[in-house]
Design a protein around this ligand. Sequence first.
Ligand SMILES: [Zn+2]
Length: 368
Amino acid sequence: MSNSSLISYTRISPNYNPRKNKIRKITIHHAAGRVSVESLGNTFASPARQASANYGIGYDGRIGMYVEESGRAWTSSNAENDHQAVTIEVSNDGCAPDWHVSDSVLERLIELCTDICKRNGIAALNYTGDKNGNLTMHKWFAATACPGPYLESKFPYIASEVNKRLQPSSANIQKAPAGKASFCVLSGTDIGRGTDKLIRYTKGRTGTNQYGWETAVDKNGIVLSDPVYGEGNMEVPAGGYVLSGHGEAGKWLYGHVKQGYLAGIYDGTVKIEEACCRSLDGVDTGRGEDQLIAYTRGRTGTNRYGWEVCIVDGVATSDAIYGNGNIWVGEGTYVLSGHGEAGRWLYGHVKKGTRVDVDTRYGFVRVR
Ligand SMILES: [Zn+2]
């Protein structure tokens, strides 16, 4: 996990925990005052304040860091949010009731959000006006005016500006070189997890304690999310399994396994292949929330709240496009259609010219 190169001031606060989740969100706060990066640093340096933020933007546009991105800052009165979010305090240049923010500070905020998305593989900032999106505000979690009426009114603008800046760069596509693989000895299946051991769990929950790394693998061998430390007792996905590692095996999981990679077990060894895969949720069927569906004939019948892309001869004919729906499927071609989380995956991984293998028999998509 990296930090922003836009910072010009660092004062690490004692007020944070290790981050448990992958960074998926950004939460924007206002400082309720005209502050510098140094004065924010002073505030967050006090253990008694029990407050911090990953970043702060001073009235002069300088950016400070108080909790590294690997840490969960104490900002939004909500652990679930802050374990997933990078939090930003923004200086005002006006007082209540509007809590205005200057144009130059707003521009710095957009630059910082763009940088956070790029480095953390967030394909787009999706402002939904509620907790379901990945751009969130403090007042949804606590009785506070934060981020104030002015900044709140700018959230749709911030999201659209960030998304514009994310769009043209193909550098956002996370593609691994094909064929690179890593191996680790599997010590057993459905048994207790000993020191430095890697165990596979195939039913129910793992029953493990929190002192290890765990990752779920689906029925196609596709890794469903990055390994998570410190939770334990993970639920096993239907038809799939969970890999659970303690100590050395946990470090191996953390270092070699990522969402979308392919896992296989051969002769007591786990093989992880770097790839970018996702399972299909269905073929020629209705598209539900957060689902990825492949269409092989006729029209997709989808509404406009999703991303769609045509695959001809294994190549995407355009970027994944949002907002059309119900498009024609040419003979011998595929249309991939994604809603919500699956749509953002499509948007992040499939650009015009991307090679895409669609396997409707086993139900998965592989991007090269
Ligand atoms: Zn706040």
